[in-house]
Design a protein around this ligand. Structure first.
Ligand SMILES: Cc1cc2nc3c(=O)[nH]c(=O)nc-3n(C[C@H](O)[C@H](O)[C@H](O)COP(=O)(O)OP(=O)(O)OC[C@H]3O[C@@H](n4cnc5c(N)ncnc54)[C@H](O)[C@@H]3O)c2cc1C
Length: 473
């Protein structure tokens, strides 16, 4: 099933499908996967070295994966500062936070420069508390960023917060202007257009069937093969299915979304007039944003977990949680209770134990690199993913190849079946705990304890247990 965004983008994109690969070909670089990561890598490579022969092979159409399914909230890594500092030290943590802020500005500038109308609106991000228990979740990280002179966050008084978020459910919150929302499908198809224009060869409906790890690796497809000097694996949530060594490096968990019919007048009446992204502070956050044609989208992560980190058919179907999401939308916006829901969908996010992506050479093979693990915060950071992967491909000695983020996965989840059973037990405890907190009741001791494991095991949508924020999809 195509997501709502991807359908819309394909209707506007008259270029149709790129050819399927028939027969054998060769390339300097073969990128497997045509989402944001693969496309940004191709674009960075062509910018750095225009004569390089770069090919992308994509199993479906470019953007058919998470890049065409996501919520389109462009966030930074600033609220993951404590995790970054713990793992990489202060200097690298600060560099990565700043790079993630720059990424949003660079994407916006790139869209302007190349006439990509991705409906990108740089109207900032609001992180809020929707019950008493969520109060103060970001205090420590904002204080630390302030101390370092690196904070873009300001706390808002409740009436101003409720005005900007257009809902009385928010009790407290912080705002950063460094954040944006975008039409995910138009962004990914726009990147594809620019990549083609730069001379990148793209084959769609061309899945990699096998990777032969020769010195110049061979990527086999159903009807052909690409012999490449370097191979980039930009497969995202399909990595553990294709490469079992990554089954414990991430867990696959759904994000479920609904979107309303256009109702621009009604949104204006309640004060939702721009492209701000709003998220609360529960473990599996609620997040919402509007579209330029006056729709309202609401999403929530953490519902469906995949046994063994394998892609499930359900990730390609309408959201099984659409009715629960519609109820939640009415709780946020009782005034919009009569607005019909146009569509629902869901998709798989690959969550790493740290809540951060990782990049490296595949099993130390000098000519094969990979990157994934964005943990629900990839719309902005895949731009950085392209910087990591293009630098690794070009064999550069720079801040990306030297970064500890380019050393592969940091941490592993428990093996199956313990992981799956544990995920469900913890997910249900989180649901009970947050329901109790929403009702102003004290959650049970055991549910509180189990919920802490969600953050510790990286299952939290927040990614960083002390800061409370950082990923949504
Ligand atoms: C429902 C949902 C909501 C999200 N919301 C947000 C959000 O609001 N903000 C945010 O920052 N992040 C969000 N994310 C995360 C974000 O979408 C991803 O981190 C980002 O799109 C990853 O881009 P990618 O190119 O690495 O992966 P993808 O876009 O998944 O690209 C991987 C590509 O590889 C292809 N592929 C797979 N197997 C093969 C093969 N064997 N051969 C060839 N090609 C193959 C796939 O078809 C796919 O096109 C969300 C994710 C989901 C699923």
């Amino acid at each position: 099933m195509r997501s709502f965004w991807f359908e819309q983008a394909l209707q506007l994109d008259r270029s149709g499908c790129a050819p399927t690969l028939y027969g054998d070909t060769s390339a300097d670089v073969c990128i497997v996967g045509g989402g944001y990561t693969g496309l940004w890598t191709a674009i960075h490579l062509k910018k750095a070295s225009p004569q390089l022969d770069v090919t992308i092979i994509e199993a479906d159409m470019c953007g058919a994966g998470a890049s065409g399914h996501n919520g389109g909230c462009m966030m930074t890594w600033s609220t993951k500062y404590f995790t970054l500092e713990r793992l990489f030290g202060e200097a690298e943590a600060l560099r990565l936070v700043r790079a993630s802020e720059q990424a949003i500005r660079h994407i916006a500038a790139f869209c302007r420069e190349h006439d990509i109308d991705a409906q990108l609106r740089m109207d900032g991000t609001l992180y809020t508390a929707t019950n008493e228990a969520q109060h103060g979740a970001t205090d420590a990280v904002v204080a630390r960023l302030d101390e370092l002179g690196a904070s873009s966050w300001q706390s808002l008084p409740p009436d101003e917060l409720q005005r900007r978020a257009a809902s009385r459910k928010h009790l407290a919150g912080i705002f950063s202007p460094v954040g944006a929302t975008v039409h995910p499908g138009l962004l990914v198809r726009g990147l594809r257009r620019v990549a083609l224009h730069m001379g990148v060869r793209i084959y769609e409906n061309t899945p990699m069937r096998r990777l032969e790890r020769d010195r110049a690796p061979l990527v086999r497809t159903p009807q052909g093969a690409v012999r490449a000097g370097k191979v980039v694996l930009a497969l995202n949530a399909s990595m553990p299915t294709e490469f079992p060594q990554f089954r414990r490096a991430v867990i696959l968990v759904s994000s479920d979304m609904i979107i309303t019919d256009p109702c621009p007048g009604r949104l204006a009446q309640i004060g939702l007039r721009n492209g701000i992204a709003v998220m609360d502070s529960r473990i599996f956050v609620y997040y919402y944003r509007t579209t330029t044609d006056g729709r309202l989208m609401l999403g929530k992560g953490g519902n469906t977990f995949a046994f063994g980190s394998r892609m499930l058919k359900i990730f390609d179907e309408p959201s099984p949680y659409r009715h629960a999401l519609a109820d939640s939308l009415r709780e946020f916006f009782p005034e919009l209770a009569d607005i019909p829901i146009s569509a629902s969908w869901n998709g798989a996010s690959e969550r790493s134990p740290t809540g951060l992506p990782f990049f490296a050479h595949l099993d130390r093979h000098p000519s094969i690199v990979y990157g994934f693990g964005y943990s629900g915060n990839g719309v902005g950071p895949t731009y950085i993913g392209g910087q990591f992967l293009s630098s690794l491909v070009l064999g550069l000695d720079n801040e990306w190849t030297r970064s500890p983020m380019a050393k592969g996965p940091l941490g592993r989840f428990p093996p199956e079946p313990f992981r799956y059973v544990g995920s469900i037990v913890v997910r249900n405890a989180v649901r009970r705990k947050e329901r109790a907190e929403d009702l102003g009741r004290r959650p049970s001791w055991i549910d509180t304890k189990l919920s802490k494991l969600a953050a510790a095991a990286g299952k939290s949508d927040k990614g960083d247990s002390r800061s409370g924020r950082g990923a949504i999809g």
